[in-house]
Every structure is written in structure tokens, then in C-alpha cells.
Design a protein around this ligand. Structure first.
Ligand code: ASP
Ligand code: MG
Length: 466
């Protein structure tokens, strides 16, 4: 099989884990053609982002201090992990070239006193540039051929939308397949940097936070992989957060559409565009543990087998959101909703839930707590007294979402949910369900989250799923 294995940061951030995953890769490579995609090591992308913030605040010493932290982290990992001295030496030289470039970049940005979106992408792509060299060397250390390639080097070409780029898929497909097939024919294991590519001018671009998942599926679709495995510190997708529900179960199989809904929640947050490249080619994906390699994890496919077509697959939650009830000052006037959402979009506020009753007297939205102040103030400033009569704000609310394509057309789902919730005396302040009936979401107080999740998990006997 042709396999793409993507490793998240925690899987490659200490010597023990690196050695374990490289051994696994080496075993698999005896039977399969393997391409690896890596995230940055834990904390590195965050540190790089903090460097950019320090530069904007003209705090050069803080930026340099953070760069030293990154340098030490990688030097130490290289020295502890790589046993063969010639491989270790070569790795340290290569890492050092990147460190020199990183420090020069910081100097340049400090001099300019600004970080544009283009230079930001260049800066935050360093995490993956470093991690891939380390992992390729660790595979070499096991006497296997491997080389590291950045997203740009492997041939990922994107538009110039820095920070949130999209691949130009035809050019990308040609370049990536040529590059990787060539390496496969020489029995070399490519270790590719996730998260980034380059635009047509060769400027580094990134896909947004968590973008290595997306890199893995882009690459998988380019080389027509048989499977893509997202390897991380979770066992797979679960019926609920096991910290809340003791008997939460691992889901053996879900569909792409269900996984897209689940991507936002839970321990393994997946980049929202990850599934796009898989849909047309119907490449199966597995979400697996990078260390417990005997566990099969969760299979995500176009059409899961009938035995796992349960009504509800999971009950997830996101705490710490704010609810804004926007009371309409001009009921029945077309364009009201459009003005409200355009105003929020202008302030770059992401709206997570929306509902409007047919009387059109109010529109209720949910945003992250961290966006709440900004959302309320921009709505007040721009629209209060015009199309908005009044704003009512509730802080500290939790979204509870039931996900499962079997809900479609099934009678009694809502009744079961609300009966379970009512028995536990939890008040629901908002409900949404799209007509796809894939996701039923409710809003409760933060403090009611655990009770509501457990009650729903029990009502649908999700501990007996699979
Ligand atoms: N290193 C990037 C991030 O932390 C991309 C990724 O991990 O997927 O967001
Ligand atoms: Mg990640």
C-alpha cells in the first residue's frame, strides 16, 4: 500500500517517542511505501508566533530569547535522539543553517519594525523545517534511507493568501507526485513538513493553525495513497470526552461528513479543510495513536459499513462561549441579517451558531468568549439604534453537539435529548439543527456541561456503540 502517515507535535517531541515512531515507520516500510508528514515539535509554532508579537512590540531581546529556546530544544533533541555520530553531526549542521536564517530573519523584521502576513508565514514555517530534519535523521539512524522536504520543496503550490492559503491543486499534483514517486522508486522515505507550501513566486505560505493535517491529505490525494493515517496522542474519535464520560467508547468507523462535524470538537482537533482532498478520491483515513500501534483507531471513509450506522455517533462539547441575542429594530426588512454578519465579518469574528425565529424578532448567535467583547462592541458601534434595538449577552455558555448521519429522518431524536436533559434539570438556551440533520446542537450553561453530556450519552446508550 501507499501510505501517508502524519505525526502531530507531541509524537515527535521527546527522544522516546521519536525512536518509537521511527521504529514503527521502519517496520511498515518493509511492506508499504511510506510518506511521512510532520507538524512542528510541541510548542514551537506557539513560540514562533510569540516571536512575531515581541517584534511588533519592539521587544528584540524577548524575540531572541524565544529563538534560543527553540534552538536549544532542537539541538538537545538531536543530540539525545541520534545515536550514530556522523548522522548526528550532519543533522546539527543542517539545523544550524536554519537557526542562522531564523536569527537573521528576526533581525530583519526587528529593523523593519513590522511583520507582514507574508513574513509571518515565512517565520512560522520554521517549526516544520526543523522537525522534519530531526525525524529524517532518526530514520537514517535506523539504517533506512530518508530525506526531509519542506512543503515548498515537495511541490505544494498555493495561492498567495498568506496565513490561510489553499493549494493550486493541478500544479501541486504534478509536482508532488513526480517528486514522491521518484523517491519511492529509490526506496527513500520522504519526511515532509506539514502546514506550509509556497505561492507561485516561491514565497512561503501556510494553511492556518493545525494545517499539517491538511498537508497530509493534499499529499495523499496527489500520490493516490491507499490510506492516510493521522497519528497523534489520541486513540481516535470518541463517543464523548472520556474526562466527562467514564464509559466513552472509541468509534470504529465514521463517514467523512460526520468526521467534518467532529473535527471541531474533542481532543484531536482536525484542520477544517482536511477532508476536502479526500472526498473525490474517496481515500480512507485512520485516526490512530502514534505510540499504541496495535490499536486500529477510527476509520473515516466515504461509506461506513451498515453495522456502524447508528443514529447518534457522539456527543461533543465546547465550553466557554458567549451568546448574543440581537433584537431586531426593523422586523421584516430584508438585509438585516446580512448587515449583522457583514459587521461581524469585518471585525474577523467567527460565528459558531446562528438561530432566528420566524417572527424575525431576534437573531441569536454564539461566538467564542474571547471574541465576545469585540463582537458586542462592533455591533453596538455600527448597528445599535439602527437595525438593532437591543443586545442581550450571556457569557460562559457551552455548546453540546450530537453528531451522526443516522439522525436524518429518524423520529424522536430531539424528544430523547430533551427528555434526558429535562430529567437532569438543565436549561437549554438555544437549539440549532441544519436540515441535513447531521448535527443537533444546544447551548447550556458551562456548569451544566458534564451533566448534559452524560445524560445524552446515556440516553443513546453510546457506551454500547460499534
Ligand atoms: N505547526 C502548526 C501548528 O501548530 C501546524 C500543525 O501542527 O498542524 O498549528
Ligand atoms: Mg497540530
Amino acid at each position: 500500500m501507499k501510505l501517508v502517515l502524519k505525526y502531530g507535535g507531541t509524537s515527535i517531541s521527546n527522544t522516546k517517542n521519536i525512536q518509537l515512531i521511527c521504529k514503527h515507520v521502519s517496520e511498515l516500510s518493509k511492506k508499504h511505501q511510506i510518506a511521512i508528514v510532520c507538524s512542528a515539535t510541541s510548542g514551537t509554532t506557539d513560540d514562533l508566533i510569540e516571536i512575531s508579537e515581541s517584534i511588533k512590540k519592539e521587544n528584540k531581546s524577548k524575540a531572541e530569547q524565544l529563538a534560543s529556546k527553540i534552538i536549544n530544544r532542537h539541538n538537545q533533541l538531536a543530540k539525545q535522539t541520534i545515536k550514530k555520530s556522523d548522522i548526528q553531526k550532519k543533522l546539527l549542521v543542517k539545523l544550524n543553517e536554519d537557526f542562522t536564517e531564523l536569527l537573521a530573519l528576526i533581525d530583519g523584521l526587528v529593523l523593519l519594525g513590522e511583520v507582514t502576513s507574508r513574513s509571518m508565514d515565512y517565520l512560522i514555517s520554521f517549526g516544520e523545517r526543523l522537525s522534519i530534519k530531526l525525524i529524517a535523521a532518526a530514520i537514517n539512524d535506523l539504517s533506512k534511507k530518508s530525506i526531509s522536504l519542506t512543503g515548498k520543496e515537495v511541490g505544494i503550490v498555493t495561492d498567495s493568501n498568506f496565513g490561510e492559503s489553499k493549494p493550486l491543486i493541478d500544479t501541486t499534483r504534478l509536482r508532488v507526485s513526480k517528486c514522491i514517486d521518484n523517491l519511492f522508486s529509490k526506496k527513500v522515505i520522504p519526511v515532509i513538513g506539514g502546514f506550509a507550501g509556497a505561492d507561485q513566486h516561491g514565497h512561503t505560505t501556510t494553511f492556518g493553525r493545525g494545517g499539517s493535517d491538511y498537508s497530509a491529505t493534499i499529499i495523499g490525494s496527489c500520490i493516490k495513497a491507499d490510506e492516510i493515517w493521522l497519528m497523534s496522542d489520541v486513540d481516535g474519535l470518541m463517543t464523548a470526552d472520556p474526562k466527562i464520560v467514564k464509559n466513552a467508547k472509541l468509534l470504529k468507523e465514521v463517514s467523512y461528513v460526520e468526521a467534518i462535524e467532529m473535527a471541531l470538537f474533542g481532543a484531536k482537533q482536525i484542520h477544517p479543510r482536511t477532508f476536502e482532498p479526500l472526498l473525490t478520491k474517496k481515500i480512507p483515513m485512520k485516526i490512530r495513536s502514534s505510540l499504541m500501534t496495535n490499536n486500529e483507531g477510527t476509520l473515516v471513509s466515504a461509506s461506513p459499513s451498515a453495522s456502524v450506522k447508528n443514529t447518534v455517533k457522539c456527543v461533543s462539547n465546547i465550553r466557554n462561549n458567549g451568546l448574543i441575542d440581537i433584537q431586531n429594530g426593523q422586523i421584516g426588512t430584508p438585509g438585516t441579517a446580512s448587515k449583522i454578519f457583514a459587521t461581524l465579518a469585518k471585525a474577523e469574528i467567527n460565528v459558531m451558531m446562528i438561530s432566528q425565529n420566524p417572527s424575525e424578532s431576534s437573531i441569536t448567535i454564539v461566538v467564542k468568549n474571547t471574541d465576545l467583547d469585540k463582537a458586542v462592541s462592533i455591533l453596538e458601534m455600527d448597528l445599535l439604534g439602527k437595525i438593532i434595538k437591543k443586545l442581550e449577552v450571556t457569557t460562559g455558555v457551552s455548546i453540546i453537539a450530537l453528531i451522526g448521519s443516522g439522525m436524518r429522518g429518524t423520529i424522536g431524536v430531539a424528544s430523547k435529548v430533551f427528555t434526558a436533559i429535562e430529567k437532569n434539570k438543565v436549561n437549554v438556551s438555544m437549539i440549532t439543527q441544519g436540515s441535513s440533520e447531521l448535527n443537533l446542537a444546544l447551548v447550556v450553561k458551562n456548569s451544566d456541561t458534564n451533566t448534559a453530556v452524560r445524560a445524552i450519552h446515556d440516553a443513546f446508550t453510546l457506551d454500547k456503540i460499534n
